[in-house]
Design a protein around this ligand. Structure first.
Ligand code: ACO
Length: 382
């Protein structure tokens, strides 16, 4: 049996799977850019709506373009009653990522058109999905606590409206700004697992909602978006806040070959620039609303880890500080990853649009490790 030999890269590390102009990343120096704009400048100067326009349409909008784009987003926020009905039929114990995945899959019954031939429909579907994701997440948060979903408030911007739909209160300006920046920071990140999942599903010409549900599934795992939830649970297991205790805890975990959540990244060999921006944002939130003990533990763990794993290039990633920040904003731990999805949907859709511009179905190969040409013995004789 002849077999072509392929070079095998576990986890496809270093293997290009697409040509893309969405996001540039040089993890050796912590450089991250969306369509050529540095993440630091986008976080400083642009709203999530501007960044979504940049990712989906390709350019930062002029004022009139932003007004038109934002109006479409605000108009598209409500989700069909049948989607809310589907959420209401789920057990209250359903994880919000599962509820989000089900909610987005059910949008496939409502967002339909010719995504294969019509660029106008693809753009409209993308706007619908960006607009509706926060509504589904907030609706599930209400439904699982036995409350009615809150309708979107078209007077509020994207991030502020999401917070409003959680509890019906217009958020404090700093809290709304913090959520907006967090969405900007999580909006896109090159060829990560969930983006790859979106591209693979999109390459089969599946519809846009189903393609996004596929990406949401990939994001849900603890090695990817789920890590921000794990960070808080992990910090709670550190027995005390002294540097010696934290170091001993980390050494013990490393000796057992257990991963430390919120650290490490396939691409970054230095601290993730998004973690630094989130840390600065956290300082503003703590200055206004008071610090949390988790933050002190986290900064000490970062310090200890620098001497324990720094030589391997294992530093904090974006998930390390996001959970601590969200928790201070009063957000439930299991909503952290859905918030990641609310942000990342713009990036996933930008890759979906790009994939369909020049599509070829993904169909990789394998390194065969099994037996071949075996004889089947009849059941009675085995
Ligand atoms: N804690 C301790 N050691 C680590 C960690 C960590 N978090 N991450 C990597 N390392 C070590 C590995 O043990 C390995 O060491 P070795 O060479 O001595 O065996 C080396 O660094 C390389 O690690 P890999 O697991 O091979 O790196 P990979 O690129 O496959 O995985 C990943 C990257 C999954 C992010 C990994 O770092 C990890 O599991 N981190 C914890 C989970 C996490 O925070 N995920 C969020 C990532 S960001 C995001 O998805 C938004």
């Amino acid at each position: 049996m002849s077999e072509t030999t392929y070079e095998y890269s576990p986890g496809l590390a270093g293997v290009p799977c697409a040509k893309s102009s969405v996001c540039y990343l040089d993890g050796s120096i912590g450089k991250l850019q969306y369509r050529g704009y540095p993440i630091e400048a986008l976080a400083e100067s642009c709203t999530y709506e501007e960044v979504a326009h940049l990712l989906l349409i390709g350019e930062l909008p002029k004022a009139a373009e932003l007004a038109a784009f934002d109006a479409l987003l605000r108009k598209a926020r409500a989700v069909p009653a049948t989607v809310l009905g589907t959420l209401k039929s789920l057990p209250a114990t359903t994880h919000p990522m599962t509820a989000l995945s089900i909610g987005v899959s059910s949008l496939a019954a409502h967002i339909h058109g010719d995504h294969q031939k019509s660029a106008a429909f693809r753009r409209d579907a993308a706007i619908q999905l960006v607009a509706k994701l926060p509504t589904i997440v907030a609706a599930w948060e209400r439904v699982r606590s036995g409350k009615e979903p809150i309708s979107p408030n078209s007077a509020l911007a994207h991030a502020a409206n999401f917070l409003y739909m959680l509890d019906g209160k217009e958020p404090d300006a700093l809290v709304a700004h913090t959520m907006d920046v967090a969405l900007v920071l999580h909006a896109e990140h090159q060829m990560n697992a969930s983006t790859f999942a979106a591209r693979v599903t999109g390459s089969t010409l599946a519809d846009p909602s189903t393609t996004m549900a596929s990406a949401i599934g990939a994001l849900s795992g603890p090695l990817h978006g789920g890590a921000n939830e794990e960070v808080l649970k992990m910090i709670a297991t550190i027995p005390a806040s002294s540097p010696d205790t934290i170091r001993a805890w980390a050494e013990d975990r490393l000796a057992k070959k257990a991963k430390i959540s919120g650290f490490g990244h396939r691409e970054y060999k230095v601290k993730d620039p998004r973690a630094s921006i989130l840390q600065n944002l956290s300082m503003q939130v703590f200055a206004k609303f008071g610090a949390t003990p988790d933050y002190g533990m986290a900064t000490e763990l970062e310090k200890q880890m620098a001497t324990l794993t720094g030589a391997k290039g294992v530093y904090p990633n974006v998930d390390f500080y996001s959970g601590i920040l969200y928790s201070k904003l009063g957000i439930a731990t299991d909503l952290f990853t859905p918030i990641f999805a609310i942000a990342r949907i713009s990036g996933w859709l930008a890759h979906w649009l790009e994939q369909l511009e020049d599509n070829r179905i993904f169909r990789p190969n394998q390194i065969w490790t099994g037996s071949a040409d075996r004889n089947v013995t009849q059941l009675a004789a085995r």
